[in-house]
Design a protein around this ligand. Sequence first.
Ligand SMILES: C[S@@+](CC[C@H](N)C(=O)[O-])C[C@H]1O[C@@H](n2cnc3c(N)ncnc32)[C@H](O)[C@@H]1O
Length: 288
Amino acid sequence: MKESSTREVYERISESATWVEQDKIYRENPYDSSLYELELGVVCEAAPHNGVIVELGSGWDPFVELLDGKDDAKLVATDFSYNSLRIVRNNGNGERVSLVCSDANNVPIRDLSADMVIAVGELICHDSVDPSRMLMEAHRILKPGGLLVLGYDVKWSLETMWMLVDSLIGNRIGYVTTSEQMLKLVKSPDGGLIRWRLPATREILNMRVFTHKEIRSLLRRVGFRILSQRSALLLAGLIPTVVQQNTRNRIVLSTARLLSMLDKLLGRMPGIKLLGGNTLVVAQKEQP
Ligand SMILES: C[S@@+](CC[C@H](N)C(=O)[O-])C[C@H]1O[C@@H](n2cnc3c(N)ncnc32)[C@H](O)[C@@H]1O
């Protein structure tokens, strides 16, 4: 069977009612909702009071909350999925933000025109994204001193351990990465590829997980200075994310919520925060 490209997958989901179901799962399960909360907190803290904020890979849910109380700020939401941006417009959010249908590897936005760039929601992990090209694009459009908020999945975490176990027992936990891929990933000194099934669908994506060292060196090479780093999915990683997304068991869900709350503290602690499954970095474009 022919594999769909990442773009085809997102177009398909967002042109049918599947996106509503997927969105509900994202909003309700402990893993995705706590990650979203962390992203929103970091993005709001870093956002300027005025100026242009560009969100890459916004999907159907750009950070419109950023504009609350900021009359002089402007949000430009970009994504290569036309159908996702159509949902933004139909939901009425298109009036508060400008929508640009574009590939994050090649953004049709002027040099030095943005005060902040957001690239979260694991955008950089998708196989449709060339990590250094996307970061160069973010760097190109940012003004000197402008901020980038970048989110990525981390290779060495409890989540990877679950994926490895799952691949060795015939994907019975619910992940979809093969044992060959997992062994290749574990053996590699860097990050590597995994497969990921989107909740509420049968759609599978090829995704990349990164080591912190890889991300640090990519950011430095492009011309960013890392200002801060926060992580999610530390203790909450004791419960596989695919279980958190799919179970209706109240005890499991409450435990995952409790662990995610503890992670809010742990995710800031030096050393420990490097062990989370998801990391958010705030980086600054170096001044010339
Ligand atoms: C997991 S969704 C995240 C959406 C949103 N940022 C969030 O956190 O809810 C990833 C989004 O990235 C978009 N995407 C993936 N590769 C892209 C690329 N090369 N250029 C632009 N958008 C891309 C997809 O269309 C999808 O909307």
